[in-house]
Write a protein that binds this ligand. Structure first.
Ligand SMILES: C[S@@+](CC[C@H](N)C(=O)[O-])C[C@H]1O[C@@H](n2cnc3c(N)ncnc32)[C@H](O)[C@@H]1O
Length: 452
């Protein structure tokens, strides 16, 4: 990265001139493999104000000068993050308002937007490959940004300075560093929320680049600081005791490794929030076809499930349970035409309760998902032992290995609770018995009576 200690000093001067305040025990530091972060120089107690950011230094579509220089309806016609990205490029190229901030920001990224096809191939099997959005971003640049900048060259200056590279760079900064800050009046003690998966639905006016807050790194299970929104400031507070010499960590809202890699360009070797996704289409193809449903019939059932609020993607987390919506979807494809008609009439998808047939199908679905990765768990485990593995490949292996391990554990859990081709296991029966009262006839009856 190109920024230096002088840039840090200039940034701090600028930050303080604008009214920012920093606790004397908080300092910048380079951390191996993480870039710049913040360190505690002395022990810091919980609930300590680490730094306070005046709202005026936030870079948003409200604080940038750009919107006021353009016809309002034309600026409003821009969609997604484009208004913010354009405002950032404009401020970066044409003004000095945020120069000390920009000089601390990275210009190169390991997030998926910047991976080559060969590097992407290492992620084969992971659904993250469908979420990168490089083509959409290129199209947005070519079809919207370029003509817009050329049309308003009186404001933007030389259109050639507005390159696709700069557009992707600013977009990646928004993806990895922005915060959701309601543009409306802040609620009392409103808590920060990092920008979430809902980025497309979010109002761009609420997305903010927050100098200083975005210098904190994050690590699964290690967060010890959090941003709180006050009327005139955004305050970073410690949420735990931070011993002298320790890194100050924010939270990025605990994404799985696939999303960490996509948005931030890093992974957590140990990530409690890791998960693997199974698409509804796997259920549709596998169960629907085996049930003899034609393409139209399969599509109709899938559409109906979506209308009933079932998601098109199921996430298996580290509790290794088959997601309820996936069970419901499997069972919907196992319904006879008469049962399906009835369910449609009642507008009610099947209850998400596993039974022997749905458990067998869940097993097949997990196997199908596992077969979509081109390497085995064992191969990945030995790859990770190689000290010469290139960094991006290493991260891809960690993502795909994490996903495969979850699939394997979910399958083992199914095998234990629903042995293949059979009935419920002893554990399942025990669970059922204890739900029924577990005392045979008399116990069961009593419980029923009490319920009436
Ligand atoms: C909000 S910024 C934090 C400041 C950043 N380290 C810098 O040098 O400007 C987020 C970026 O920091 C890096 N980062 C944060 N946490 C990390 C971690 N646990 N491991 C590796 N890199 C991390 C990633 O490059 C990520 O995109």
């Amino acid at each position: 990265m190109s920024s230096s200690p002088t840039d840090e000093a200039k940034f701090l001067d600028w930050f303080k001139e604008k009214g920012g305040a920093v606790h004397p025990a908080v300092a910048f530091k380079q951390f191996e493999g993480m870039g710049r972060g913040c360190v505690a120089l002395e022990d810091i107690e919980p609930d300590t104000l680490l730094f306070s950011i005046p709202r005026s230094v936030l870079l948003t579509t409200s604080t940038s000068a750009l919107p006021s220089l353009l016809p309002a309806e034309e600026f409003a016609s821009l969609s997604g993050w484009t208004p913010l990205i354009l405002s950032m490029i404009y401020e970066y190229l044409r003004t000095s308002s945020w120069t000390p901030y920009f000089s601390l920001l990275p210009t190169q990224f390991d997030s998926l937007m910047f991976w080559s096809p060969e590097e992407f191939a290492e992620l084969e099997g992971s659904t993250v490959l469908n979420k990168v959005g490089r083509d959409e971003a290129d199209e947005e640049f070519e079809q919207t940004v370029k003509p817009f900048v050329a049309k308003h060259a009186n404001v933007f200056g030389n259109p050639d300075d507005y390159t696709a590279e700069l557009f992707h760079r600013m977009g990646s900064l928004v993806l990895s560093r922005s915060f959701h800050v309601d543009a409306k009046e802040p609620e009392e003690e409103e808590e920060y929320s990092d920008e979430e998966e809902e980025e497309e639905r979010e109002d761009v006016g609420d997305v903010a680049m927050v100098p200083f807050a975005d210098i904190l790194n994050a690590k699964s299970g290690c967060d010890n600081a959090r941003l709180f929104f006050e009327m005139n400031t955004l305050d970073m507070m410690s949420t735990a005791r931070i011993p002298a010499g320790s890194q100050i960590f924010n939270t990025y809202a605990d994404p799985p490794n696939s999303d960490l890699l996509r948005r931030y360009g890093h992974v957590d070797e140990v990530n409690e929030a890791d998960l693997v996704e199974v698409g509804l289409e796997t259920v549709v193809d596998l169960v629907g076809q085996a049930q003899g449903l034609g393409e139209e019939g399969r599509e109709a059932r899938a559409e109906w499930l979506l209308e009933m609020g079932i998601d098109d993607t199921f996430s298996i987390e580290r509790n290794y349970k088959v997601p309820e919506e996936m069970v419901s979807a499997i069972k919907a494809f196992l319904l006879t035409p008469e049962e399906y008609a009835k369910a449609q009439k009642k507008e009610s998808p099947p209850k998400p309760k596993l039974d022997a047939p749905s458990a067998d199908w869940a097993r097949k679905i997990l196997d199908k998902r596992l077969s979509e990765y081109k390497t085995s768990i064992e191969e990945d485990e030995s790859l990770l032992k190689e000290s010469t593995l290139p960094q991006r490949k290493r991260m891809a292996v960690i993502v795909r290995l994490g996903e495969k391990r979850i699939l394997r554990s979910a399958r083992a859990k199914l095998d234990e609770e629903w042995p293949a081709g059979g009935n419920a296991s002893a554990t399942q029966k025990d669970k059922r018995r204890s739900r029924d009262g577990g005392k045979g006839e008399a116990g069961g009856k009593k419980q029923k009576k009490a319920k009436q």
